[in-house]
Ligand binder design. Structure first.
Ligand code: NG1
Length: 516
């Protein structure tokens, strides 16, 4: 069987192949409106529509950067683009059905070395910065041959921006798909290629992404979550959500707090990335492994080395149930090593920069060059390696447990998954420090209102939560959480419907030629 990441990109001819059955009628109206709107905007019929969904991460938070597998799923909210090729120009025109996102037009150029240049101001990101990021990624990718025809693009996005549901990945992937399709470059590309291309393209807006969002948006299949593996190679495997008693539903609730990454990253996201990288390097050094500081070793590589090499964990000769067992043992061994080598009483609460530099055995200049490309501000002046490492390894173990539970449990499945999600939330809050009071508020209301599990999803510090709720109580659950969560009070119904909703696993990114 071909691995999902190696499958070709998908072209479909009907939207019932894209959305769950109960959403097809409403989405049909939306897609038809997009075509009509395109005709009004540009004066001719689009040739196709492309789509990329947002994602919700069910389990495995802040571990993709450490190269541990995660289980996200694509959701129904998405970005769809009506596409019209323009053969007489290189200009890209973009419009949005939501008029608060104004139209724009831009043309790529070349520098003196013949390399593609697209003007992107990463200090002032706007919605079309993601289209520009995609164009630059496309032009720089060998598959494009460095050239693109002009395009007319009309966007309709339903993934709320800044909600932790990967609206940026959906924007970049759908834009890339539009460029690939209009330039006749879809053939010969796999889903895995599009994941990598979109990861590179997101780098053009200054995001150092781990890859989970792109893999979920591109590779997901209907009715299933997706196990995304990053090490030893990028791969995706469907995790079908079984019919259970009670039936499971996932409810997303947006805290309506937008984590302003530009200002908070230095003590939130970027600091955690540095604490994770430096922790892995220090652990590897103290275990006597032969890495140089510049190698930027990830915890998952340390796990593999500690176990005597990846072949003994996931190699060709190891069968699937043995892989889970051997990975579980290896993750536990790494946790022991973390206690022993990063958890001694002098360092348990963190290291100052000087102490960390001394422990790593590098110069201040090397430290700055390797770890401080992005500015960080350690909380209380200390890098907390031990507690972050504990979260990462324990969360990686929860991912294994989540998958195994789905494969083996029947009756107690909803409750068992809910418990794993609750433990993840506790660890995100207490060990990784990425929750916030609004996430804590929604998750505890959710549990009181009948959710079996509730946790933050995505980076945290705001954004959305995901709750596992028995399907039969979903309407009541949504009504009760809406009445109780402070930031939902007084919201118009339309905004409330976008803030809290049940979602089903949707299919991954595709091109469609239906009804045009
Ligand atoms: P958000 O910010 O929710 O899209 C971020 C990272 C993910 C992952 C999660 C935490 C980017 C674009 N995405 O997700 O790769 O690390 O945080 O699990 O940086």
């Amino acid at each position: 069987m071909v691995a999902p990441a190696d499958l070709p990109l998908v072209t479909v001819d009907a939207i019932d192949k894209v959305y769950p059955a109960d959403r097809v009628a409403a989405q049909g109206v939306r897609w038809n409106n997009l075509v009509e709107d395109f005709k009004k905007t540009y004066g001719y019929k689009p040739t196709c529509i492309v789509r990329a969904p947002g994602r919700v991460n069910l389990i495995g938070e802040h571990i993709d950067h450490a190269l541990f597998g995660v289980v996200p799923m694509a959701i129904v909210p998405d970005v769809i683009i009506a596409v019209g090729p323009r053969n007489d120009t290189k200009e890209i025109r973009t419009s949005n059905v939501d008029k608060k996102y104004g139209p724009t037009a831009f043309t790529p150029s070349k520098n003196s070395n013949g390399e593609a240049v697209v003007d992107i101001d990463i200090r002032q990101l706007q919605w079309h910065s993601y289209v520009k990021a995609a164009l630059l990624g496309y032009l720089k990718h060998p598959h494009s041959g460095g050239d693109s025809i002009g395009l007319d693009l009309l966007y309709d996005g339903t993934v709320p921006a800044g909600s932790g549901l990967s609206s940026s990945a959906a924007m970049v992937i759908s834009s890339l798909l539009a460029m690939l399709t209009a330039n006749g470059k879809v053939d010969g590309l796999t889903k895995g290629d599009l994941v990598k291309m979109s990861m590179g393209a997101e780098g053009n807006v200054g995001v150092n992404t781990g890859g989970m969002d792109q893999a979920a948006s591109v590779i997901s299949t209907p009715a299933a979550a997706l196990y995304v593996q990053f090490y030893p190679n990028l791969a995706g495997e469907p995790v079908p959500i079984p019919k259970t008693q009670p039936e499971i539903s996932f409810v997303i609730a947006n805290t309506l707090v937008t984590s302003d990454k530009a200002t908070t990253a230095k003590f939130n996201y970027n600091l955690r990335v540095v604490e994770t990288l430096a922790g892995a390097s220090l652990l590897a050094k103290r275990l006597g492994m032969n890495y140089k500081p510049k190698d930027k070793v990830a915890y998952r590589q340390v796990v593999s080395d500690l176990a005597g090499g990846e072949h003994s964990l996931t190699g060709a000769g190891v069968n699937k149930s043995d892989i889970t067992a051997s990975l579980r043992q290896a993750f536990k061994d790494a946790l022991d090593a973390i206690e022993k080598h990063l958890g001694n009483s002098a360092e348990r609460d963190g290291l100052t920069e000087e102490e960390l530099i001394a422990a790593l055995g590098i110069s201040k200049e090397e430290f700055t060059e390797i770890y401080l490309k992005l500015a960080v501000e350690p909380i209380g002046g200390k890098y907390r390696l031990h507690i972050r490492a504990k979260h990462i390894l324990e969360e990686a173990l929860r991912v294994l447990e989540f998958r195994k539970t789905i494969e083996t449990e029947t009756e107690s499945l909803p409750k068992a998954l809910g418990e794993i999600m609750n433990k993840s939330q506790e660890s995100c809050r207490d060990q990784f420090g990425c929750s916030c009071k609004e996430i804590d508020e929604i998750t505890s209301i959710a549990l009181e209102e009948g959710a079996l599990g509730s946790r933050l999803t995505g980076a945290g510090w705001g954004g959305s939560t995901v709750s596992l709720v028995p399907a039969e109580i979903v309407p009541q659950f949504i009504a009760n959480v809406s009445k109780r969560y402070s930031k939902y009070q007084g919201l118009p119904q339309e905004q409330l419907d976008q803030a809290i909703f049940a979602t089903l696993p949707s299919s991954g990114a595709c091109e469609t030629v239906h009804n045009i």
